[in-house]
Design a protein around this ligand. Structure first.
Ligand code: PBG
Ligand code: ZN
Length: 320
């Protein structure tokens, strides 16, 4: 008889043969920064996550450092929005100022800046809108302006999440032309039009006010197309790729891991977080065990790093 149980007999043996492990180095923590002062607002759709004004950020940044998390992903929530999302590329915009603050006071934190227009546009779409259509080529200059402005503010990595075609190439060119030849691009290469983003849109106030994002984000039915998107982004100069959402997309992670060598990042999105949190609040699941199991599934599928709202909780458990 083949006795598989030999290697499962006690924790010492299990730990010795364990294939995957979660460490704080794997985790990227998203932070919402809101225009204004003295703000620390709970986000109802995401228990345990808050919107902070810049003057209130230190509390969470210190916690990140204490818990040995190395990297954060910044989302700005501006006080004013307009048709062209001008807050996204305003040198005094909330995101730029937040990045400047963090860079200066916490130089050891790796700052990843999400590049998109939807948090800054009055219509809530990720691009420029004309007659109800989300325009691709007209959006590109705004994305590259945004990327350059975030790099100027001090971002270490630029992460375009808009899903316009050709954006990685124009962003790479713009960064290079402006002297940011050493700023890498972490592209949301395979970003699906997912219902799992619901809680985030409540958090960032970025729901589209008409229609949906299906004309630019990917159809959840398509796996092969995700590989084509990834290859195209790499050809355009992406240094790292993000797959988003994560748990329902393990097949995409696995194929991406097999087909490319670059760092692969899974985005464990707001809806995935909220489902766990609310079920745990009800007392029907063990939060710590479920979260660690979810994270392991992403590592097993091939993720090198994981963007997750659970990051601080996980770090606290690991550091216990
Ligand atoms: C902006 C952006 C979104 C998320 C990350 N960047 C929202 C969207 O595409 O609607 C979602 C993150 C999450 O759900 O946690 N384009
Ligand atoms: Zn967007």
């Amino acid at each position: 008889m083949k006795r598989f149980r030999k290697l499962r007999q006690n924790e010492k043996m299990r730990s010795f043969v364990r294939e995957n492990k979660i460490s704080t180095d794997d985790l990227i923590y998203p932070i919402f920064v809101k225009d204004g002062e003295s703000i620390k607002e709970p986000i109802e759709s995401m228990p345990g996550i808050f919107r902070y004004s810049i003057d209130m950020l230190d509390e969470i940044l210190n916690e990140i450092i204490t818990n040995k998390i190395q990297s954060i992903l910044i989302f700005g929530i501006p006080s004013k929005k307009d048709e062209k999302g001008s807050g996204a590329y305003d040198e005094n915009g909330v995101t730029q100022k937040a990045i400047g603050h963090i860079k200066k006071k916490y130089p050891n934190i790796l700052i990843i800046a999400d590049v998109c227009l939807c948090e800054y546009t009055s219509h809530g779409h990720c691009g420029i809108v004309k007659n109800g259509e989300i325009l691709n080529d007209e959006t590109l200059p705004f994305l590259s302006k945004t990327a350059v402005s975030l790099a100027e503010a001090g971002a270490d990595i630029i992460a375009p999440s808009d899903m316009m075609d050709g954006r990685v190439e124009v962003i790479r060119d713009a960064l290079d032309e402006n002297g940011f030849i050493n700023i890498p691009i972490m592209s949301y290469s395979a970003k699906f039009a997912s219902a799992y983003y619901g809680p985030f849109r409540e958090a960032a106030g970025s729901s589209p006010c008409f229609g949906d994002r299906k004309s630019y984000q990917m159809d959840p039915a398509n796996g092969r197309e995700a590989m084509a998107e990834i290859k195209q982004d790499l050809a355009e100069g992406a240094d790292m790729i993000i797959i988003k959402p994560s748990l329902a997309y393990g097949d995409i992670l696995l194929s991406a891991r097999k087909e490319c060598e670059v760092p692969l990042i899974a985005y464990n999105v707001s809806g995935e977080y909220a489902m766990v949190k609310f079920a745990a609040e009800k007392g029907f699941i063990n939060e710590k065990q479920i979260v660690l199991e979810n994270m392991l599934s992403l590592k097993r599928a091939g993720a090198d790093r994981i963007i997750t709202y659970h990051a601080l909780d996980i770090a606290r458990w690991l550091n216990e």
